[in-house]
Structure formats: C-alpha cells, structure tokens
Ligand binder design. Structure first.
Ligand code: NAP
Ligand code: G4F
Length: 332
C-alpha cells in the first residue's frame, strides 16, 4: 500500500511542489481545493500530463473555514501524513481581512487537528508556520527566538503554531511546525514582492510595462527556493521524534538588492522604472528576517542550495519565457 498524504493548500506555490515531491516518492496524494468561479489549479494541472502520477492524485472540495468538510475528508481519506499549507498567506491583505485570516489560518488549524483527533487517526501532522511570527525580534532568528508578531497574519499563524505544540504535548500527536523563512519560485503568487519584481522585469523588457510601484524596499528578507523547502517539510515528518524546525538560507537581502539583481539580469537599470507607492506599505512592518537553519541541517540533513541571486535569475528567466509563450499570468 502506498503512503497516503493529505495536503491543504495544494493549489498554492508550496502545495504544488510538495504534491510533485510526494508523488515522485510513490505516495497517493489527496488535496483540498476551494470551489472558485474561475480556474485555480494552474500549478497542479501539469501533474496530470504524467498519467502514472496523475492517477495517484485526488482533489476534494472543502475549505479551512468549514470544519464539517475537514472532518468528513479526514474520515474518508484516512491519511498517514497531513500537511496543513492552506492559508490566507498575504501579510498586507491580512490587515484588510483580519477576521477571515484568523479563521482560515488560526482556527482552521484547530478544525483540522480536531478532525484528526476525533477520527482517532495515528497520522503525522505538519503545520506551515512562518518567520513572520518573529516579527519585531531582530535576527538571527532560530527555534528558541522570542516571537513578536506584527500583523494579523503573523498573530493567526502564532496561534496555530502554539496549538500544534499543544496537541503534540496534550495528546501525544506527531505534530510539527516548520518555521519557514521566505521561499520563492516561478510559481510564487504575483502579489508577493519577488514575483511582482521578476514579472515586471519581464514585462518591461518586452516593452509592455513602463513602471514598477513598490512600498518599503529597505526591508530585509531571507529568500530561498521553494522547491527545496518542501523537501524539508517532508523530512520533518520522517524524523523519529516530532520537533519544530527553522528552514532558511541564513542570508539576508534587502528588497532593493533583489530589485537590482533582477533588473541587472535583464540588462536594465532599475532606477529608470521603480517608483515608491505608499499603498504597498504596511501599518506595522517587519524590518528584518534572517534565519538560523542549524537545527534542520544537523538533525534533518537539510540545507538550502540556491542563493538569492540565482533565485532572482531563474525567476526572471521563467517570467521572460512565460511572456514570450503568451502565458504571462499563468503560474508554472
Ligand atoms: P500560497 O501560494 O498563497 O497558497 C495558499 C494555499 O492555501 C492555496 O492553495 C489557497 O487556495 C489555499 N487556501 C487559502 N485559503 C483557504 C481556505 N480558506 N480554505 C482552503 N484553502 C485555502 O502560499 P504558499 O506560499 O504556497 O505557502 C504555503 C503555506 O506556507 C501557507 O500557509 C503560508 O502562510 C506558509 N508560509 C509560506 C512562506 C513563503 O515564503 N512562501 C513562508 C512561511 C510560511 P487557492 O489557490 O484557491 O487560493
Ligand atoms: O513578498 P512579501 O509580501 O512577503 P512577506 O510579507 O515577507 O510574507 C511572505 O513571507 C512570509 C515568511 O516570512 C510568509 F509567512 C508569508 O505568507 C509570505 O509568503 O513582502 C516582503 C517585503 C515586505 O517587507 C514588504 O513590505 O517586501 C516589502 N514590499 C515592498 N514593496 C512589498 C512591496 N511587498 C509586496 N507584497 N508588494 C510590494 O509592492
């Protein structure tokens, strides 16, 4: 019998890479999808081009704000491993929708943990925690660094993080939190800053965009390649004992530097195109996130391989190619 995994957020950046990884490892993969009036499966659709992998991929309608759908799916699927990646994951948007973000990201995690507990399932649980939980605490940030959330998103994720710890301690569940620093790819949502930049570079190069409006370009982030981070998630669920881990590169880069690298790769001078727009600033900003991934390296043998310059280049190249093929907004 193949191992059976259930992924919430399978249509997102990480969910799509994780589904591919688990299918390649021989898993049967079940994913939660939201009903939408327009197509929202662009990232996982290519899996069906491989008939063998496609046969082991199953999609189910549900929502993190609908506990009954989660209870029914857990009972029906009876997974060996659950990866809770679904979230309203945009920090700026969480200031506009704090209640929904709390429900989907915070209470949604409880809905899922309770569904597992009620089903008396002996499965392993991964929670997508985030470096945003460190917020105002200066870098470097590791597993034992004090949390200081600076947005409704970070506060909701911190609640989910502590509830994951609590279910591990209270009910002896194999439940872990991956505290992941920013990770990007050509599949990154187009309103996150890296993808917004690389997509703009491609469009400016093609002569179909004149200007790129950005908010705070002095913020520092620790950017890695998403494809490598999903391997770390899987490794966390294969360890002998459940524990929480930071995944990061350990290198900090400003948004300004990411802009420079991306424009430079396309032989463009960013000063000619980038303008400040206050609308992209946040009521409370997280100035600097730089992770210390020593524990994951020592205990899981996990290490980020792709540096930020290479990441910027591969994202620009993918956006240039997508535009040339006429798939300008299609995440691959
Ligand atoms: P993403 O691309 O925004 O994907 C989010 C996924 O969650 C999508 O599949 C989305 O579905 C789904 N979703 C959102 N609200 C939902 C709801 N109410 N019910 C069911 N599904 C819902 O995010 P990502 O970058 O892959 O990140 C994956 C997870 O890791 C998220 O929890 C994020 O907060 C966390 N995280 C990300 C990073 C990062 O740098 N990428 C770092 C740390 C933690 P639709 O496709 O229908 O929108
Ligand atoms: O790309 P961002 O929106 O990512 P942010 O806020 O760091 O959050 C991402 O990483 C977290 C992990 O640390 C995840 F948990 C979360 O789900 C998400 O994936 O913004 C990065 C930085 C911020 O400081 C922001 O203020 O870029 C700055 N920025 C400047 N101009 C901008 C823009 N961000 C966005 N999205 N758009 C701008 O125009």
């Amino acid at each position: 019998m193949p191992k059976r995994a259930f992924i919430t957020g399978i249509t997102g950046q990480d969910g799509s890479y994780l589904a591919e990884l688990l299918l390649a490892k021989g898993y049967e993969v079940h994913g939660l999808v939201r009903r939408s009036s327009s197509f929202n499966r662009g990232r996982i659709d290519p899996i069906y081009l491989n008939a063998e992998a496609g046969e082991r991929l199953f999609l189910h309608y549900g929502d993190m704000t609908d506990g009954v759908s989660l209870v029914n799916l857990i009972l029906e699927i009876r997974p060996d491993e659950v990866y809770n990646l679904a979230a309203q994951s945009h920090v700026r948007v969480s200031f506009e929708m704090p209640e929904y973000t709390a429900s989907a990201d915070g209470i949604g995690t409880i809905r899922l943990l309770e569904a597992i507990r009620a089903a008396k399932l002996d499965c392993r649980f991964y929670q997508a925690s985030t470096s945003e939980m460190f917020g105002a605490t200066p870098p470097p940030q590791a597993e034992d660094t004090i949390f200081y959330p600076r947005s409704p998103y970070a506060a909701a994720k911190l609640y989910a993080h502590w509830m994951t710890v609590n279910y591990r301690e209270a009910y002896d569940m194999y439940a872990v939190s991956g505290i992941l620093f920013n990770h990007e790819s050509p599949r990154r949502g187009e309103t996150f800053v890296t993808r917004k930049i690389t997509k703009a570079v491609a469009a400016i190069k093609a002569g179909v965009q004149d200007v790129l409006m950005l908010g705070n370009i002095d913020a520092v982030r620790d950017w890695g390649y998403a494809k490598e981070y999903v391997e770390g998630m899987w490794r966390m669920l294969q360890a002998d004992e459940p524990s929480d881990y930071v995944l990061a590169t350990g290198v900090g880069t400003t948004v300004r530097e990411f802009v420079e690298m991306s424009f430079e790769h396309a032989d463009l001078d960013w000063h000619d195109y980038v303008m400040f727009d206050q609308r992209y600033e946040r009521p409370t900003e997280v100035d600097a996130l730089i992770g210390d991934p020593s524990k994951a390296r020592d205990q899981l043998g996990w290490k980020a391989e792709t540096g930020v310059r290479e990441l910027a280049r591969l994202m620009v190249d993918a956006d240039v190619a997508a535009l040339a093929e006429g798939f300008g907004t299609q995440p691959r």
